[in-house]
Structure formats: C-alpha cells, structure tokens
Design a protein around this ligand. Structure first.
Ligand SMILES: Cc1cc2nc3c(=O)[nH]c(=O)nc-3n(C[C@H](O)[C@H](O)[C@H](O)COP(=O)(O)O)c2cc1C
Length: 497
C-alpha cells in the first residue's frame, strides 16, 4: 500500500482498455470504461484490501451524488489486474451513456425515455459464437476455485463474501425457451459452491420452481462481471417474459454475441468478464446470509438456501468483477433504479387505464419500492383513489411496497419537500387514507416480524385537493411544473436539472 494514501489513486486512463468492433462496444465492460473515462468519471484505486477497505469505501461512494465509477486494482493477495468495478451506474450521466442517450438528459426525460424503451423495444435475438474474450480461461474440475477473485466482504456483519452483487443470473424456464437474467445475490460457500437468493415473485424464482417442483436441479450461469447495460437490465424489472439479453440487444441495436455454456447450454455473453456455470440443487441447502440489504439493514437472518454446484468458471485475462453491494438507501442501484422503476410505474398506470397520469416517482430513499408518488391531473370523482390503488398493486409495486401518495399535477413528484407539503396541507387523515391488507412482502422487510414475512400492508395517501371543492381550495404560491421545466432547461447550470 502506498505511504501517502492519495498515491493510491491513479487517474484513468489505464490499460488494458479494449478495442472492439464498433458494433460490440455496448456489450463490453472495458469499452464502457473507456467511454466513462472520456466523461471524466473514472478513478482507479490501488492497494485496498478486500477484508474491509473496499467495502467501506464503496459504502461511502454510494452516498455521494455525482460520485465517480471506481476500479480497485492491485488488491493485496491477488494478481495485479484482478479488479473490481463499483459505482458504475450511480449517476444520471453514466446511466444515459449506457442507454445511448444524451448524457445531459434531465430527470423526467430519462423516466420518459425508460417508459418508451420498455414499451417499444423489439428484442434482438442473441448471436451464437464459438468463442470470445470470456473463453480466454476456462476452469473445470479441480481447477474451479472462486478464491481466485478478490471478492470483498462488503459489510462487516455479512455472513460471507458475496461474489454476486452487480451480477446477472441467467436461467431458462424448464418447460419453454424463456431465458431470464436477474440480479440475485450470490454468496461464496467454498471454492466450488455458492448460494443464490431469490425473493418471491421474481422471474428467476418462477424458473426455479419449474425445476424444483419436479425434483430437478436448475441450470444457472452467474455473470459476476458483465457490461453495465446488461447489469442494468438484469437489476430492473423489464417486461415479464422478455429475455434481458435480447432486450439490451434491442435497445442498443446490436445483438449480444453469446457462447453456449458447455454444461448447461445457457447463453453466456462472449464479452463477459467472469461467468460461473453450474446447477442449483433442489435438495441440498446451506446457511446463507445475513447480508446488508437495500432496506439499509442486515434485513434477513442466516437462512437455509439451495446450493449452486459449479461445473465451470469462464473468465477473461485480468478479469473485472462488477460490484454493487446494497447499502442504506439511496445507494448505487437505487440511483439508477429510480428512473427505470418510475418509468415502469408510469407505463403500468397508463396501461391499466388510469387517465391523465402526469408523472410517477419511486423514491430512492425508499429503495425505489417502499415510498412511491404519483401525480395526476384530476379528471373525475374517484380518480385519485383509482391511481393510488393501481400504483400500490400493479406489477412494479406489488413486491415489498409500503407507502403510496397521489398528488395533483402542480406537485413535483421527485421533490420530497413538495410531496410532504402536499400531504401536510391537502390531506385529512380520516378522509384521505386507505390501508391495503395482506399484500406481498418478502424476507427483507425489516418491519415485519421474523418468521412471519409473508404479508405486509400498504398505506395509501390521497394528497390531492379534495375533488368536491377543488375550485375553492386556496391557490398555491410558486411556479407551475411547466415553468419549472423551462427554467431547468434554460438555467439548469444555476438551478440544477
Ligand atoms: C444490486 C442488486 C441486488 C439485488 N439482489 C437481489 C436478490 O438478492 N434477490 C432478489 O430476488 N432480487 C434482487 N435484486 C432485485 C432484482 O434484481 C430485480 O427485482 C430484477 O428485476 C429481478 O429480475 P426479474 O424481474 O427478471 O426476476 C437486486 C437488484 C440489484 C440491482
């Protein structure tokens, strides 16, 4: 470790970057690093240990707006070049870059862009290739050793080292061709085994049930280092039944080149950094967790979870592990999920027939699940209640929601001050609140007693002007959303975007 701590920070650029064909740039993490470096948003830090420092620094990074993407290299005990990238998608500019959008895009435009992408994108089938950078090293049999990678202990009280945080878990439904990629946490059990934790209602869980119900192991590939566009699609709810690899092929206009896993037949992106292939046992379990989670707690205790028996590890030379350890909100994932989940919520409200939805926002402080706000232009009696109930129970919101608020169109849904002001001044608790009972929760819900985490309830708050006397409601002071939007466009450099 350098004597002067600042000597440990290297300014990018650093090699090896990757020169890939133009049409492959989107699906290569190394080409993405070059683009982020060009934006001036990349730092390289040498010499931090996996036992404590990497987790601690990552935690602090996540809580700072506009923080850089950081590569940890020269990790003591590991070959130089065995690296970890964290905080990849923490800023709007890096998310926009990843999606091929203008890096100066504003908040609402990015939400609308996501809604458009999830509505209109035509999936692009993956392209089968025989080899690629990921086949530079193939470890099988006794050579399989997860300890080759510098997986950090992300939080001091974690039950183990999680190699799968910023990961993509590839599975296929047993009875169809449906391939899914989801981000589910993966803890190292020993050199050749991991666990895999999936919450109820996840697509990966549906796949798991299709095998476990008939007593068969589930084929799995864990991408522990992958292109950020693939990670983003994996960690966000894209339309049910769509293969995320085909979806990112569709939005980038470039098919993802994939080799076929030798043991499972699953597609593995040829530019992946690290891919772990194996079978999830329907019978063998081992203790998993606790793990610091997106709720801001070590939310689930240690529990028995199925064991993933590894048959092969594929990795590039000088592999880069993609880390996205959950932290107290808002952390990196919520900084990108807030746009995607808000776009999803908008789309699903409209698809359910709720008229005149102005905007929706899944607040990062609630982990983009626990605290969601919708604005409407009230169009009929009962409109606010309709929006509330749909926003509390549609696909995007069903799992582990808590509080939903509906406001009028003059309220900026992203601004906590405005939202709480509307609640304080337009809502009367007796008239304007509903509770939904026996809704879907999961093992990570800190407010529900251990052993009883099946159902939770939802608080719905109508903070719109009361329909019957809305014309007589006191006039609010301050600019309209349109004026605010224009002001942001014109004076964003002063008032912020
Ligand atoms: C960093 C990160 C970690 C996550 N960890 C888990 C997890 O351990 N288990 C889980 O069920 N979902 C987890 N999620 C959420 C899922 O990835 C997300 O709901 C995704 O949409 C699931 O994909 P699916 O809808 O295809 O199942 C995580 C998301 C991120 C971004």
């Amino acid at each position: 470790m350098a004597e002067n701590p600042s000597d440990q920070v290297r300014e990018a650029p650093y090699l090896p970057y990757e020169t890939v064909a133009d049409d492959e740039v989107t699906h290569s993490l190394r080409a993405w690093l070059r683009a982020v470096d060009d934006l001036g948003e990349l730092k390289v830090i040498d010499g931090l240990d996996w036992q404590e420092s990497i987790g601690r620094v990552s935690e602090m990074l996540h809580h700072t707006d506009d923080s850089p993407a950081v590569v940890f290299d020269r990790i003591p005990g590991f070959d130089p070049g065995y690296r970890i990238l964290v905080n990849s998608l923490a800023t709007r500019s890096r998310l926009a870059l990843t999606l091929g959008l203008d890096t100066n895009i504003g908040t609402f435009d990015l939400v609308d862009a996501w809604e458009r992408l999830t509505t209109t994108t035509k999936p692009e089938p993956t392209l089968r290739v025989d080899s690629g950078p990921v086949t530079e090293n193939i470890l099988e049999g006794d050579d399989i050793n997860l300890d080759l990678f510098p997986t950090p202990l992300w939080h001091p009280e974690d039950g183990g080292r999680y190699i799968g945080t910023g990961c993509g878990v590839i599975t296929k439904h047993r009875n169809s061709d449906w391939v899914n990629v989801g981000t589910y946490r993966v803890m190292i059990l020993d050199e050749q085994h991991t666990s895999l934790y999936m919450s109820p209602s996840k697509d990966g869980m549906e796949h798991r049930n299709s095998y476990f119900d008939v007593g068969e192991p589930m084929p799995v590939v864990v991408l522990a280092g992958l292109a950020p566009i693939q990670f983003m699609a994996s960690g966000l709810e894209i339309p049910h039944g769509v293969n995320e690899l085909e979806w990112v092929g569709g939005i980038s206009g470039v098919p993802v080149r994939c080799i076929e896993g030798a043991h499972t037949g699953l597609p593995i992106p040829a530019h992946a950094e690290i891919a772990i292939e194996g079978f999830l046992s329907p019978t063998e379990t081992r203790p998993e967790g606790p793990f610091g989670e997106w709720t801001g707690y070590y939310a689930s205790q240690s529990r028995e979870e199925p064991v993933l028996d590894i048959k092969a590890i594929y990795h590039r030379n000088d592999p880069i592990l993609l880390g996205c350890p959950p932290e107290k909100p808002p952390y990196e994932a919520q900084r990108f999920q807030q746009y995607g989940r808000s776009g999803n919520l908008q789309r699903q409200l409209r698809a359910a027939g709720v008229p005149n939805v102005v905007a929706a926002w899944t607040h990062s402080v609630g982990g983009c699940r626990l605290f969601n706000v919708v604005s409407i232009k009230q169009s009929h009696a009962g409109h606010a209640r309709q929006a509330l109930h749909v926003a509390a129970q549609c696909g995007q919101a069903a799992y582990l929601g808590r509080i939903v608020i509906v406001v009028d169109e003059d309220i900026d849904v992203t601004d906590l001050n405005e939202v709480i002001w509307a609640v304080c001044t337009r809502m009367d608790p007796e008239r304007d609140t509903d509770i939904i009972r026996r809704a879907l929760t999961g093992a990570l819900d800190p407010a529900i007693e251990p052993g009883k985490k099946t159902f939770n309830s939802r608080l719905l708050i109508d903070a719109t002007r009361p329909w019957e006397w809305r014309d007589r409601f006191p006039q609010a002071i301050g600019p309209s959303p349109e004026v605010k939007r224009e002001t942001r466009e014109q004076f964003g450099w002063i008032v912020g975007r």
